[in-house]
Design a protein around this ligand. Structure first.
Ligand SMILES: [Zn+2]
Length: 370
């Protein structure tokens, strides 16, 4: 990536980051300062559609573990509470005691908004329902990172008592599209990104591959960046009157949730960052849950693969999930990709895990909810 970076902005203010890793391997890139400012402004502008204003308290029920410090410094904690006014709650693993603990924290912090991974907010709302609780201080909720299924939206809105907003973006592209107050698809952030949907006759319902060009970042230009997600352009204007084009919510954001024998659930996104996410020993991997205790790992060898690589991988997987699980390995030349074009990094194949239904196992036959 450094090779294609261009020397047109103040390099000393570039920020190095990496793609989210849900496509199995991470890629480094740089972001220049003007585009960083622009991204912040885009986010605030689109968040205002659901009533958020700078300074409002926000709780994040969040799965991207790189956004959490292992041991946050005092300065970081002060910055989060006083300046950013956010409360960070890891969304994986989640179980009843963790959710009760989060509920206590929310009651103390009393945020106005919650921003969450779709399946995590759904699980949290189910927990609220079971506890017969509501959150009277909450005024808005937004979800991202995973597809928001219509049944999840319905249950979330029933419990919270207001509409939930879906948005799409990524670490490398920033805010790409957001729902407006009329919830008729996601408006594209056209002043900052150019979005194309490349038609593919093998896909149903005029769906195509989502390709995005970042119009601001000159440090690592993202030109016709293939997101690996599947989308559909919506024809016609939104009833809200905004002129920005729209896409239907995306089908490509699928990550399953593992269900463990002790009832804990571990969202797949956490695995992308905690299990050899940036390894030159195993360059691609797919973890499939077969039963509550049996996992199967497909992997592609990297240049530094050694006899101990699989043991190291297995140990880190057991640390995150459960030391008692059994793991089988299968070396492949390529991980088969899903219809979205992405590698599905984790898959839960349990039909009925002891009465527990995987939260985001994904009914892939479900229609777009626009
Ligand atoms: Zn609209």
């Amino acid at each position: 990536m450094e090779d294609i970076s261009v020397e047109v902005t103040d390099r000393s203010k570039w920020v190095k980051s990496a793609t989210g890793g849900t496509t199995s391997s991470q890629i480094s890139y740089y972001r220049d300062q003007p585009s960083t400012w622009r991204r912040w402004a885009d986010t605030q502008a689109m968040n205002a559609w659901y009533g958020y204003h700078v300074g409002d308290r926000v709780a994040y029920l969040w799965g991207a573990m790189q956004d959490f410090a292992v041991k946050p410094s005092l300065g970081m904690r002060l910055r989060n509470s006083m300046y950013k006014r956010c409360l960070m709650l890891p969304s994986s693993p989640l179980d009843e005691s963790i959710l009760d603990n989060y509920l206590e924290k929310l009651d103390r912090w009393r945020p106005s908004f919650i921003q969450a991974y779709a399946s995590s907010l759904h699980e949290f709302c189910r927990h609220l329902k079971a506890r017969n609780r509501c959150l009277p201080y909450l005024r808005g909720a937004s979800v991202t990172a995973e597809r928001l299924y219509s049944h999840q939206r319905k249950e979330i809105e029933e419990v919270l008592g207001f509409k939930v907003f879906d948005w799409y973006g990524s670490r490398e592209l920033g805010r790409v599209a957001s729902e407006c107050e009329n919830h008729e698809g996601l408006h594209i952030n056209e002043p900052s990104v150019y979005v194309e949907v490349e038609q593919d006759p093998s896909l149903p319902d005029n769906c195509g591959h989502l390709i995005v060009t970042d119009l601001w970042n000159r440090a690592t230009p993202m030109i016709r960046y293939r997101t690996g997600d599947i989308a559909r352009l919506i024809v016609g204007e939104c009833s809200c009157g905004k002129a920005l084009k729209r896409i239907a919510s995306l089908e490509g954001r699928l990550t399953d949730t593992f269900v463990l024998s002790d009832g804990k659930r571990v969202n797949g996104l956490i695995m992308a960052h905690s299990v050899m996410s940036n390894s030159t020993e195993i360059v691609e991997r797919q973890i499939i849950q077969k039963t509550l205790t049996n996992f199967h790992v497909r992997f592609v060898r990297g240049p530094e693969f050694t006899a101990s690589s699989l043991r190291t991988f297995g140990d880190s997987l057991k640390r995150v999930l459960n030391p008692e699980i059994s793991i089988t390995f299968e070396q492949v030349s390529e991980i088969p990709r899903e219809r979205s074009g992405k590698i599905r990094f984790v898959k839960c194949e349990i039909e009925d895990p002891g009465g527990l239904t995987p939260i985001s196992a994904g009914d892939q036959r479900e229609e777009f909810h626009v």
